[in-house]
Design a protein. Structure first.
Length: 201
C-alpha cells in the first residue's frame, strides 16, 4: 500500500469525470507513469491505493514458489523470457500469462473495497476489471520520453535495453486492446498542475 503523501514523479493532463463511488483502475506499460497518476489521484480523492508491487511481492509470492508459478515472480515486461526470445508473440504471451496468474489476487483485493479504491498495476486485465470501475490506461507515445522515464530509476544494461523494447510492444498492444473496452486513454504530457484542475467531481 502507498501512503497518501507518497512522492510524485512525472505529471499528466487528464479530463475526466469520476464518480466518487467508483473504483479507479489504472494500468499501462512500465515507465508510462501510471504510479505517478495513481498517487496524484489518491492525493485528490483520498481513496485507498493498492499498487502492483504489493499484490505481487507481498501477497502472491508468499503463496506460490517460482516453480509453482513463475508468472507471479516476473513483471509483465520480463515475462516474454519464459517463452524464448524477444518477439511480439512472446511479449504478448508473457503479458497474458502474468495477467492470468495475478487475476485471483486482483479480484480478492478489489473485493475488500466495496466502493472507493485506486488500483494501479501493469497487469490489470480490462476484460476482468472493466465492470468494477473506471479504467484508465496511461501511455507515453513519444519513445524518447518513454525511454527517459523508464530508465529514471533503472540502470542501463543490454538486458534492460532489450526489455524496454518489450515495454514498447506491450504499450502498443494495450492501446489496441483498449478500443474493445470502456477505457480512458491518457497521454502522459508532463503537466501535473493541469491534471488536478481538469478532474471534475
Amino acid at each position: 500500500m502507498r501512503d497518501p503523501d507518497g512522492t510524485l514523479g512525472t505529471p499528466f493532463r487528464l479530463t475526466i469525470i469520476i464518480d466518487p463511488m467508483n473504483k479507479i483502475l489504472i494500468y499501462g506499460a512500465p515507465g508510462s507513469g501510471k504510479t505517478t497518476l495513481s498517487l496524484e489521484l489518491q492525493k485528490k480523492f483520498h481513496y485507498p491505493l493498492v499498487e502492483a508491487d504489493f499484490l505481487r511481492e507481498v501477497v502472491a509470492q508468499k503463496e506460490k514458489t517460482r516453480e509453482e508459478d513463475p508468472f507471479v515472480w516476473v513483471g509483465t515486461k520480463e515475462a516474454y523470457r519464459e517463452f524464448g526470445k524477444l518477439t511480439e508473440e512472446n511479449v504478448t504471451k508473457g503479458l497474458r500469462a502474468v495477467r492470468n496468474s495475478m487475476a485471483p489476487y486482483v479480484e480478492n483485493e478489489m473485493a475488500k473495497y466495496p466502493d472507493k479504491l485506486i488500483m494501479e498495476a501493469a497487469f490489470l486485465n480490462p476484460a476482468l476489471v472493466a465492470p468494477h470501475g473506471k479504467l484508465i490506461l496511461v501511455v507515453t507515445p513519444d519513445e524518447k520520453k518513454h525511454y527517459s522515464q523508464y530508465f529514471k530509476h533503472r540502470e542501463h544494461s543490454d538486458l534492460q535495453e532489450e526489455i524496454f523494447r518489450a515495454v514498447r510492444i506491450i504499450q502498443d498492444y494495450l492501446i489496441r486492446e483498449a478500443k474493445e473496452y470502456q477505457v480512458v486513454v491518457v497521454e502522459n504530457d508532463g503537466d501535473v498542475e493541469q491534471l488536478a484542475s481538469r478532474l471534475d467531481l
